[in-house]
Ligand binder design. Structure first.
Ligand code: MN
Length: 232
């Protein structure tokens, strides 16, 4: 039996509301533009082009209620408030119906983004990793099982910064529904328990500053909060 030279990283996980149990996370997928008005504010045509994705490492998770350092290497750190899906069953090359059945629970999330680095990557045709896949960039509330709340198809999704509402959308305005996203992504990956999917943000994204207090709500699902700390 071999040993590790350095101790392995702690298992990334998310609290499950109302229980002492945690949901172990292996991968985090994120949908790019999934609300028409946000697609327009980012300068693209939202006419139901196929969804596209980027990933964050599971180690980027930060629980709601915490504080994140203002991220290094950026002068334009943005919030993106999103509904998050947590899968609970193996799913591969699924239909939308099978995709929906594989969703175990939901959470509220923030896809924190180094917008200046993302925009530079877009302009130069380089990967988005530096803009998206960085430490503390995947903020998440407790997970809520679908067995308790059902599968939300509509409801307000909002974000306030220092008490001022900045984002407001409705889950019904997603270009691709959660079921369709799981079905589409499962054409490319063997998905299953441990996979989180951030489903895209409505319009109104913008910058944060050290000291800002963020409060997000996905109606009928969960709330989250985040404090922006000083730059490291
Ligand atoms: Mn996003």
């Amino acid at each position: 039996m071999s040993d590790y030279i350095f101790p392995p990283a702690l298992q990334a996980s998310v609290a499950v509301r109302g229980t002492g149990a945690r949901y172990a996370v292996s991968r985090i997928f994120c949908v790019g533009r999934n609300y028409a008005a946000h697609a327009r504010e980012m300068g693209s045509d939202p006419d139901r082009e196929p969804p596209f994705y980027f990933c964050k490492p599971a180690s980027a998770l930060l629980a709601s209620g915490g504080s994140m350092a203002y991220s290094p290497g950026t002068k334009n750190l943005h919030y993106e408030m999103e509904l998050v899906l947590a899968l609970g069953a193996p799913v591969f090359k699924a239909t939308a119906e099978q995709g929906l059945a594989a969703i175990w629970g939901y959470a509220a999330g923030l896809d924190m983004t180094r917008r200046d680095l993302q925009n530079e990557a877009k302009a130069t045709g380089r990967p988005w990793d530096f803009g998206k896949a960085f430490e503390q960039s995947a903020v998440i509330s407790e997970l809520v099982p679908a067995s308790e709340i059902g599968h939300p198809a509509a409801g307000a999704i909002t974000l306030a910064v220092n008490g001022m509402q900045k984002q407001r959308g409705d889950l019904a305005d997603m270009i691709w529904s959660p079921a369709e996203i799981v079905a589409n992504l499962s054409q490319y990956y063997h998905l299953g328990p441990g996979d989180l999917i951030y489903t895209g943000t409505p319009e109104g994204v913008g910058p944060v500053q050290p000291g800002d207090q963020l409060e997000g709500v996905v109606a009928g699902v969960a709330k989250l909060s985040l404090t922006i700390g000083a730059p490291e």
